[in-house]
Design a protein around this ligand. Structure first.
Ligand code: CA
Length: 509
């Protein structure tokens, strides 16, 4: 009996020490993290130039002059922008990859998730993961939650369909869910329409936010106010926070944000394109407001912000020979070309200070440009290294720690490739797998009703994909097909199918 009492006192003391040292770690060694994720923002939907010439110098294109994003410009000045950053070509695959660090070919959320039913499409693989994430999924917020973080989701979730576990971010490791559900777009951006509950599209009404219903407020602004409140709460609780700031903007429907309407009225662009520009400027104001709030709370030096998009641009601009809203890149959201997958990425500390302890652990170059490839798959490994969290043993991560690249160096250890696997139809591009590997890119089209088709581009010489070399350079085609096949095998990818018949890769002879 006496032994037991002593034992339990020791255990209690031990637990107290562990708790005490953990909370010490929380306040001193744990950075706050903001993922600022904009739905459907492409590489060119900003006044910040992301494209370079062959020498790696930034080039300002006409679309950079059209959009107005001063807070993104400030963020790029105080941090580093990536000129070759890849996301999957549609929503849910990218969002799942950010949460899990796995390529969509591995986690099998290969298409966007439809709230009401299975979005498999005609020849899509029956086994694709149309239910999305679940209560047992290994996710970044779950691991951070276990580490003592307050984990906050704000805005679009789109991790699972209606009535699935993944529909609710609280099942995925978030302590707080503001306005996230299975929907992939808002029923309305207007408070006066109660964000879809009282006008707009009722089937896509944004959940929560009742206190703004009937008010003259834009959705982007309401989400920003709520995010700032949640950050303040985390500070009051003495916890580090992880904020997944996931705006519904700038996804369709393209409502005009009246605050910025006048800025585009003389642009000569269509009404839709002008409305789109106001959505862009609204999300930029949100970025500025959020950063200012973090600074006001005295948390700027301890807060890391990662700005990014989830797929290529969907801006309503005219399409000429497959060049449109990502111009000069070819294609847009959903496409197999670069415009479908290249997104803006900027990383910065909210208040840069090289002497701050946390920033010594992850130094971020200022006013810097990183031309080496990065991708959404790198966010999980980068943040887990920074926060000392470890995924379970044998968990497969497909990305790389961006530590060196954020400091402005090249990472000579990493692989500079990105696989995008889309074994589905009913989108701008159907049934394809693409692989970027260093300077080369291959696109494999399954074509269920005929022979497969190949596209091969030398991205260094031909960044805008004008010259398909598949027939002219059969040796390189074979090399790239071998690499693509290898990537698909290691990720245990699912192929398009017709009944029992699987459309396996056809390697050219
Ligand atoms: Ca999207």
């Amino acid at each position: 009996m006496r032994l037991n009492i002593q034992f339990s006192i020791s255990v209690t003391l031990f637990l107290f020490c562990v708790t005490f040292s953990n909370s010490q770690e929380k306040t001193e060694n744990s950075p706050n993290i903001i993922i600022f994720l904009i739905d459907d923002i492409g590489l060119m939907d900003t006044s910040v130039p992301f494209l370079t010439n062959a020498n790696g110098d930034l080039i300002n294109y006409p679309l950079n002059d059209y959009y107005i994003t001063p807070n993104m410009e400030k963020l790029a000045e105080q941090g580093i922008r990536f000129t070759n950053f890849y996301a999957h070509s549609v929503c849910s695959p990218s969002r799942t990859s950010i949460m899990t660090g796995q390529n969509s070919a591995r986690h099998r959320v290969t298409n966007w998730i439809k709230s009401e039913d299975n979005n498999r499409t005609e020849f899509g693989p029956a086994q694709w993961n149309w239910n999305g994430l679940s209560k047992v999924s290994i996710t970044l917020p779950r691991l951070l939650q276990q580490k003592g973080y307050k984990t906050i989701h704000v805005g679009k979730a789109h991790f699972g369909p209606f009535n699935s576990e993944g529909e609710d971010p609280l099942n995925l490791g978030f302590d707080v869910n503001i306005a996230g559900s299975s929907i992939g777009q808002p029923g309305s951006y207007l408070g006066t329409e109660s964000f879809g509950h009282d006008g707009g599209n009722l089937t896509r009404a944004v959940p929560g936010l009742e206190k703004y219903h009937g008010q003259d407020i834009f959705l982007t602004e309401a989400l920003t106010l709520e995010a700032n409140l949640a950050i303040s709460e985390a500070k009051e609780e003495g916890k580090p926070f992880f904020l997944n700031m996931s705006h519904y903007a700038v996804h369709a429907p393209f409502y005009s944000d009246a605050r910025f309407k006048d800025h585009y009225i003389n642009s000569g662009k269509s009404e839709n394109a002008q409305a789109y520009a106001t959505l862009i400027e609204g999300m930029d104001k949100s970025l500025g407001d959020l950063m200012q709030h973090v600074k006001n709370l005295g948390l700027g030096e301890n807060t890391l912000i990662l700005f990014l998009g989830d797929n290529g641009s969907d801006a309503p601009l005219p399409n000429e020979n497959d060049y449109s809203s990502s111009s000069p890149l070819k294609g847009k959201k959903g496409n197999h070309w670069e415009g479908g997958m290249r997104v803006p990425f900027i990383a910065a500390w909210v208040t840069p200070n090289k002497k701050a302890n946390l920033q010594k652990k992850l130094p971020i170059a200022q006013n810097a440009v990183q031309n080496q490839l990065g991708s959404i798959l790198d966010i999980f490994p980068t943040l887990s290294h920074l926060t000392n969290i470890t995924p379970p043993e044998r968990y497969n991560l497909d990305g790389f720690d961006l530590h060196d690249q954020l400091s402005g160096k090249k990472n000579h250890e990493r692989r500079v490739l990105f696989l995008n696997h889309f074994p589905h139809g009913n989108h701008r591009s159907n049934y394809f797998t693409s692989l970027v590997d260093a300077d080369w890119k291959i696109i494999y089209h399954y074509q269920p009703k005929s022979q497969p088709r190949y596209e091969l581009y030398d991205l260094k010489e031909d960044p805008f994909e004008t010259n398909n070399l598949a027939d002219k350079n059969p040796e390189q085609l074979k090399i790239m097909m071998a690499a693509l096949s290898d990537e698909m095998n290691t990720k245990n990818a699912l192929y398009p199918e017709n009944g029992q018949e699987k459309f396996k890769l056809v390697i050219p002879r």
